[in-house]
Design a protein around this ligand. Structure first.
Ligand code: FES
Length: 142
């Protein structure tokens, strides 16, 4: 029985990919959703502008775990520029959709990714070519 969740969501929840930390990560993003209290941390390893590894740790709901699992899968092998284009809609679509009240869980994955990328630019001493969205911009339509 999967209830409101797609098989893909259940698969990524039960068998999450890329769980853990990267010790010498080139970028780390930590975000939390003040509404539900869930916390997500994403680690990226970058070589020649390409994400060669990504891992996550999520203290949160099943949809958040599935979303972070999918997000790390989506960005591995992508250039930084392409990884930046990964949105919560894409994460949710790749999971076969999420119930509306669980949309913010995939938003958390996008936020964690953007924070990890911003941290990467900071560590490189470069200015990030994007502005981090504020929580309000992310959560306004809940
Ligand atoms: Fe908080 Fe899913 S309920 S991230």
């Amino acid at each position: 029985m999967t209830g409101p969740y797609s098989e893909k969501v259940m698969d990524h929840f039960m068998n999450p990919r890329n769980v853990g930390e990267i010790d010498d990560a080139d970028g780390v993003g930590t975000v939390g959703n003040p509404a539900c209290g869930d916390i997500m941390q994403m680690f990226i390893k970058v070589e020649n502008d390409t994400i060669i590894d990504a891992k996550f740790k999520t203290f949160g709901c099943g949809a958040a775990i599935a979303s972070s699992s999918m997000a790390t899968e989506l960005i591995k092998g992508k250039t930084i520029t392409d990884a930046l284009k990964v949105t919560n809609e894409e994460v949710s679509n790749e999971l076969g959709g999420l119930p509306k009240i669980k949309r913010h869980c995939s938003v958390l994955a996008e936020e964690a990714l953007h924070n990890a990328l911003a941290d990467y630019y900071k560590k490189q001493g470069k200015e990030a070519p994007f502005k981090l969205k504020t929580s309000d911009e992310f959560h306004h339509d809940e």
